[in-house]
Structures are given as structure tokens and as C-alpha cells.
Ligand binder design. Structure first.
Ligand code: NAD
Length: 242
């Protein structure tokens, strides 16, 4: 039982990662964090610094972990296709190789609801929808490839189970992305454009709910479980007017 509660959070110093680490520690997990930078301290957590694209740097962080959460990404705001390909696509192959070598049993990917977004309105979108044929940007293109790679690696007969969770926007305490971007824009005197009648909706999920989804996924992920090898859209409840 004790070994089942050992895990590594790749990208554990990011916005979601840090909340996930706290949620896991509170649930009694023994947690290792792998990230390219350390942004917080926690005496209950073991930190490993490195680049996930480098096998020799990642592998030690997975030793002894039964479960791995992969929530690292380059900034979606970057316009650099090359970096998305390198980290989200090639890097994911390294993550999978290292998981197999370290004997990891469960891999939970933080994907994105954007993988099914074609640029037109989507309400109550379900998992049956296929990937976008025309991803909206290079970040989403790389998230599609990443999700496909991770779900294809699902192999319950070898006791290696994978799952992908797809939140859309994430909000909550210590958000370094969405709200600060709006505030900075406002401070610089930037303008907000209203498209349409102001009734457009966008989906945001509270960060603690995203964490809850990840921990539930990890706990349900087993070779005979129906969730193994699947992707799930996750959200709070109703989308909010935007
Ligand atoms: P974040 O930018 O806050 O955190 C990402 C972390 O990954 C950072 O700490 C960064 O240092 C680390 N990282 C990046 N490249 C790395 C590398 N090569 N090696 C090691 N570490 C590396 O991002 P976030 O908002 O916490 O997003 C977490 C996950 O959730 C991502 O997979 C993202 O695609 C997904 N997601 C986020 C949102 C959102 O609104 N924030 C919405 C949908 C999906």
C-alpha cells in the first residue's frame, strides 16, 4: 500500500503542479517534484531539477514512484513551434521511456480541452469528439501529439496505465498566467475587445478542482479500470459568460 502512494510530479513547480503537489501531500502521498526551476519549498517534498527532454536528468526523479503526473509545458503564449515540438512531443517520448525504465505503473497527463477545439463554438463537447483537424496554434498542435503518444502507450497487460485530463482555462490562487496578463494589460492602458454581444462563453476550472480530478484519476487508474487509456474533458460545471 505504501508504494502505491509514491509519485512524481513533472512540472511540479508550475501553477497547476504546485497545487497538485500540495493536494498529494495532504492526501498522504510521498511526492517528488521534477522541474527545470524550483519556485517553492516544502519539507515534505523531494525536488529534482532538470530538463525533461534529458533522460539522464529525468530518470532519477522517477525512481521508486508508482505514479507520475506530467503537467510540464513551455508557455502556451510562446510563438515558438520548435520549443513545443521539443518539450511536448520529443520530451513526452523521453517521459514514456523513463516511466518504463523506472517501473512506473500509472501516468496521468494534463492535456487541454483545446485539443478538440476547431475555432467554432463548442458547448457540452464530449470526449467522443475527435482531435481538431486544424489546431488553433502550435501549442495545441503539440498537445494533440502529446496526448496521442501518451494514450497509445497505455498497456494494461504490462501494468502500465495512462490517462489524459483536459481542463480548459484554469484559475485560482497564485495564477501567474491569466489574471496577471489581464492586469498587466490594463496597467499598460491596453484595451479589451468585446467580440459579439458579450454573451460568448468560455470554460474555466478552479485549480483545486483540477487537482481533485488528477488525484481521482490516479486512484482509479488500474489495468482493469474502464478509465485506462482514455481522455476526459474536465470542468467545474457551467461555463461562465466572458
Ligand atoms: P506552468 O507554465 O505554470 O507550469 C509548467 C511547468 O513546466 C513550469 O514550472 C516549467 O518550469 C516546467 N517546464 C517547462 N518545460 C520544462 C522542461 N523542459 N523540463 C522540466 N520542466 C519544464 O503551466 P500550468 O498552467 O501549470 O499548466 C500545467 C499543465 O496544464 C500543462 O500541461 C498545460 O498544458 C495544461 N493546461 C493549463 C491550463 C491553464 O489555464 N493554466 C489550461 C489547460 C491545460
Amino acid at each position: 500500500m505504501a508504494q502505491q502512494k509514491t509519485c512524481t510530479v513533472i512540472g511540479g513547480c508550475g501553477f497547476l503542479g504546485q497545487h497538485l503537489v500540495e493536494g498529494l501531500v495532504n492526501k498522504g502521498y510521498s511526492v517528488k517534484v521534477f522541474d527545470q526551476k524550483q519556485t517553492f519549498d516544502n519539507k515534505d517534498v523531494e525536488f529534482f531539477l532538470g530538463d525533461l527532454c534529458k533522460r539522464e536528468e529525468l530518470l532519477p526523479a522517477l525512481a521508486g514512484s508508482q505514479t507520475v503526473f506530467h503537467c510540464a509545458t513551455p508557455s502556451p503564449l510562446s510563438d515558438n513551434r520548435e520549443i513545443f515540438q521539443k518539450v511536448n512531443c520529443m520530451g513526452t517520448k523521453v517521459v514514456l521511456d523513463c516511466c518504463k525504465e523506472a517501473g512506473v505503473k500509472k501516468l496521468i497527463l494534463t492535456s487541454s480541452a483545446s485539443v478538440i477545439f476547431e475555432g467554432t463554438d463548442l458547448q457540452n463537447g464530449r470526449e467522443e469528439l475527435g482531435y481538431a483537424d486544424n489546431p488553433i496554434d502550435p501549442y495545441v498542435e503539440s498537445k494533440i501529439k502529446q496526448e496521442e503518444e501518451i494514450l497509445e502507450a497505455n498497456n494494461p497487460s504490462e501494468d502500465f496505465c495512462t490517462i489524459a485530463l483536459r481542463p480548459h482555462g484554469i484559475f485560482g490562487p497564485r495564477d501567474p498566467h491569466f489574471i496577471p496578463t489581464l492586469v498587466n494589460m490594463a496597467k499598460r492602458g491596453g484595451t479589451l475587445f468585446k467580440i459579439g454581444k458579450g454573451t460568448n462563453k468560455v470554460d474555466f476550472t478552479y485549480v483545486e478542482n483540477v487537482v481533485h480530478g488528477h488525484i481521482l484519476a490516479a486512484e482509479k487508474l488500474k489495468p482493469k479500470s474502464r478509465v485506462t487509456g482514455r481522455a476526459y474533458n474536465i470542468t467545474n460545471a457551467e461555463p461562465v459568460p466572458f
